[in-house]
Design a protein around this ligand. Structure first.
Ligand code: HEC
Length: 158
């Protein structure tokens, strides 16, 4: 009997260890998801700059075209970068994603849809090579696409 009891305790302890292990693994997964999100956002920032450089005369049209192609490949996937439990309430200092994202999910998920609309216009402007049009489309994209999220749902983290 005593032997069985010991095995029982051992199994219970093992179960507990596994449970804690799972929590740690989940936290690691979430941090990886935050990193993917921040890296993807930074990539969008670089693309944005490549287009800005072209408008300013510092970059070329091919680079701007590559940048908008990349942006357009990212935009439809942006919402997948925000799995639940990856906000700054759970990971302060590690992410600037505000909890409002998940509270206002229906509103939030519309922003990347709008962003795609602005990017279609931006792509057409880049193809035309008309720098004034590109500058205007880039400003619209930044303000109403990227900016719509950043103003309401993002806090800057260093
Ligand atoms: C759906 C909302 C949303 C859209 C659309 C969006 N962003 Fe973001 N962005 C965020 C949030 C939230 C953060 C903070 C992410 C974090 O800290 O985990 C962020 C962070 C960033 C950062 C800082 C990354 C870092 O970790 O330092 C850059 C740069 C950025 N975004 C660029 C862009 C650009 C450029 C666009 C438009 C082409 C864009 N974003 C569109 C929500 C969005």
């Amino acid at each position: 009997m005593a032997g069985f009891a010991k095995v029982g305790v051992a199994v219970a302890v093992l179960g507990l260890a596994l449970a804690f292990g799972t929590v740690a693994v989940v936290a690691q997964d979430k941090e990886a998801e935050i990193k993917t999100r921040r890296d993807t956002m930074k990539r969008q920032g670089k693309d944005f700059k490549a287009i800005q450089d072209y408008v300013k005369g510092a970059g070329d049209q091919a680079a701007a075209e590559a940048a908008i192609t990349d942006l357009q490949s990212i935009a439809p996937k942006i919402v997948t970068l925000f799995p639940e439990g990856t906000g700054l309430d759970a990971f302060p200092g590690k992410t600037g994603a505000k909890p409002a994202i998940w509270k206002e999910w229906d509103k939030f998920k519309q922003i990347p849809v709008a962003l795609q609309g602005y990017e279609v216009k931006l792509a057409a402007a880049i193809r035309s090579g008309d720098k004034a049009a590109i500058g205007a489309a880039l400003a619209d994209t930044g303000k109403n696409g990227c900016g719509a999220c950043h103003s309401d749902y993002r806090e800057k983290v260093s």
